[in-house]
Design a protein around this ligand. Structure first.
Ligand SMILES: [Zn+2]
Ligand SMILES: [Zn+2]
Length: 126
């Protein structure tokens, strides 16, 4: 326990608060045009704007088929970021780091339509 009675951040990963924080960062990052322009778009071009499973051309997503989005978020976030995850400016800073990470590391992705993508994430509603 810290002086102010809060539980140290390391334990927060398993809490629902942490998960909620990460998914709110995911929402901000997913809606950032730069992620589309710098990471998704080149993958869509490579895959010919078609689902790589069923050739559907509508409702395309780019699925993280190597490192997952939440793994990347965990890597780029600092302890300090976790503490302030509810702050929108902090989310934007984390988003900048997420985008930079995707571009620098050439993060693996594959084009999937909404239905095929749902098969990879059965618990999420995309
Ligand atoms: Zn996915
Ligand atoms: Zn498909």
């Amino acid at each position: 326990m810290r002086k102010d009675g809060t539980i140290p951040t390391l334990y927060r990963e398993k809490s629902s608060q942490w998960k909620g924080g990460v998914s709110s960062v995911q929402i901000v990052a997913r809606n950032d045009n730069r992620l589309y322009e710098q990471w998704k778009y080149p993958i869509l071009v490579r895959d010919g704007f078609k689902c790589t499973k069923c050739n559907n051309t509508a409702g395309l997503h780019v699925h993280h088929d190597g490192e997952t989005f939440s793994e990347i978020i965990k890597k780029v976030m600092t302890i300090d970021d976790y503490e302030k995850i509810d702050n929108f400016e902090v989310k934007k800073t984390i988003t900048d780091k997420i985008i930079e990470y995707h571009v620098k590391n050439n993060v693996s992705g594959t084009t999937l339509c909404k239905d095929c993508h749902n098969n990879f994430h059965p618990s999420l509603n995309f």
